[in-house]
Design a protein around this ligand. Structure first.
Ligand SMILES: *[C@@H]1O[C@H](CO)[C@@H](O)[C@H](O)[C@H]1NC(C)=O
Length: 370
C-alpha cells in the first residue's frame, strides 16, 4: 500500500512536470539553481538560434507570430521554428534553464546568471550582411551587447568570480549562413563580383577569427562553433531551380567556409592559450539526415511545412498561415529553417555525438573539462 502510494505520488509528480512543459520533460525544472554541467552558456548567431532578439527591432526578419512556436510551450517567441531550436536542446541537456534573449534579459542576477542569447535573425559575420531586412544585430554588435551584459554580471559577482565563471561557461557561436543567403547570393549585393567562393570564405574566416579572439580576450575559453548546413537543399534554394532538387552550385559555394572552419579552429586553439574549440559539423548532420530520412522518421525532406509557392519555399511562413499537421515528419519548418524535430536531433548529436558530427570532442566532453 505504501509502495503503491509512493509510486502514485511519483506518477502525479511526473504528470505535473510533463503537463507544465507541454509534454516535454524540462530538465531545468529538475535541477536546483547552479545544477547544470557548466555555469552558463552565451549564445551568438542568426535566425537558426535567435529566440526573440529581433522582436522589437524595426526589421523584416521576425518570427514572433503564429504559427511560429506552434509546438512551443508559450507559443510564438521569435524562434524561427515550430518549437525548440538546437541551442534550446543543448541547454536542456546541459541542465541549464531556458537562456533568455538579450532583449529581454534584465540586469538582475537571476536573469543572466546562466547565460544570455545574443543571436539575431538576418545577422552575419560581416556587418553589411542582411541589410535587405533593415534591423538585425550583426556579430560585431552581438559582441558589444555581450560586453554590456558583462559589466552588469561583474557588478553582481565581482571581477574574480566572473573570470572564473566565464572560463567554465560555453560560448556557442553559429554564424555564416546569412553571409551567403543574404549577401553573396543576393542580386542587389556586389559581393559575388568581387570575390570567388574561396576568396569569400577566406574573407569570412579572417573576420571570424578576429571576432572570436575578441570573445577570448573578454574571458571566453570553451567555444562551440556551428558550421553551415546543406544550404543548397533548403526549400527556398530548391524553389529557385526547376527540377525540385538540391542546388549543387550552392552546396559547392559554402564548402570552403566549412573547410576553413577546421583550419581556423586549429589556428585559434594554437594561438589562444587555454582555449578549447569544438566544431559542430551541421553539414554532415544534414547529409546523414537527408540520406537516412526514413529511419529518423522523416517523410518530407524537400519542402517547408509552412510556406507558399514551389516547394513551399518561395515565400516563407506568413502570419496565421496554416502549417502542415504532421510536423514531426518534415525536415524543414519553413523556407529556410529546420523543424523542432531536426533541431532536437542535431542538438543531441552535438552534445554526445561522434567526431564525424562534432570535432575533436563533443559538447558533453567539452563541458566536463575542468
Ligand atoms: C591558419 O593559420 C595560417 C598560418 O598563420 C594562415 O596562413 C591561414 O590563413 C589560417 N587559416 C584560417 C582558415 O584561419
Amino acid at each position: 500500500m505504501i509502495t503503491f502510494k509512493f509510486y502514485c505520488f511519483l506518477c502525479l509528480l511526473l504528470a505535473t512536470v510533463m503537463l507544465s512543459s507541454g509534454g516535454r520533460l524540462v530538465k531545468a525544472d529538475a535541477f536546483p539553481v547552479g545544477g547544470g554541467m557548466v555555469p552558463a552558456m552565451f549564445i551568438f548567431g542568426d535566425s537558426l538560434i535567435d529566440n526573440g532578439n529581433n522582436n522589437d527591432l524595426n526589421s523584416f526578419a521576425k518570427a514572433n507570430y503564429f504559427p511560429y512556436g506552434i509546438d512551443f510551450d508559450g507559443g510564438p517567441t521569435g524562434r524561427f521554428s515550430n518549437g525548440y531550436t538546437m541551442v534550446d536542446e543543448i541547454a536542456e541537456l546541459l541542465g541549464l534553464p531556458m537562456i533568455p534573449p538579450y532583449s529581454q534579459a534584465s540586469s538582475s542576477k537571476e536573469q543572466t546568471i546562466h547565460g544570455v542569447n545574443f543571436a539575431s535573425a538576418a545577422a552575419g559575420i560581416l556587418d553589411i550582411t542582411g541589410r535587405n531586412f533593415v534591423g538585425r544585430l550583426p556579430f560585431n554588435q552581438q559582441i558589444k551587447n555581450f560586453e554590456n551584459s558583462l559589466d552588469q554580471i561583474t557588478d553582481n559577482l565581482g571581477a574574480g568570480d566572473v573570470a572564473q565563471m566565464l572560463s567554465q561557461s560555453l560560448f556557442f557561436v553559429g554564424m555564416g549562413s546569412n553571409d551567403y543567403l543574404n549577401n553573396y547570393l543576393m542580386p542587389n549585393y556586389p559581393t559575388r563580383n568581387q570575390y570567388n567562393g574561396q576568396q569569400f570564405a577566406d574573407l569570412l574566416s579572417k573576420e571570424y577569427t578576429t571576432q572570436l579572439t575578441k570573445l577570448y580576450n573578454l574571458g571566453a575559453r570553451k567555444f562551440v562553433l556551428a558550421g553551415i548546413g546543406r544550404m543548397g537543399c533548403i526549400p527556398n534554394i530548391i524553389a529557385h531551380g526547376t527540377n525540385g532538387r538540391c542546388s549543387e552550385d550552392v552546396n559547392q559555394l559554402v564548402l570552403p567556409f566549412n573547410e576553413n572552419m577546421r583550419t581556423m579552429i586549429n589556428n585559434l586553439s594554437t594561438n589562444l592559450p587555454g582555449s578549447k574549440f569544438v566544431f559542430v559539423n551541421v553539414d554532415n548532420m544534414f547529409q546523414d539526415l537527408l540520406s537516412n530520412a526514413r529511419s529518423y522518421g522523416f517523410r518530407v525532406v524537400n519542402r517547408g511545412c509552412c510556406g507558399i509557392g514551389r516547394n513551399r519555399g518561395q515565400v516563407t511562413c506568413l502570419p496565421f498561415q496554416t502549417p502542415c499537421p504532421n510536423r514531426r515528419e518534415y525536415v524543414f519548418w519553413d523556407a529556410f529553417h529546420p523543424t523542432e524535430a531536426v533541431n532536437v536531433l542535431m542538438g543531441r548529436k552535438a552534445f554526445s555525438g561522434t567526431p564525424d558530427f562534432v570535432y575533436p570532442i563533443n559538447i558533453q566532453q567539452l563541458a566536463n573539462i575542468p
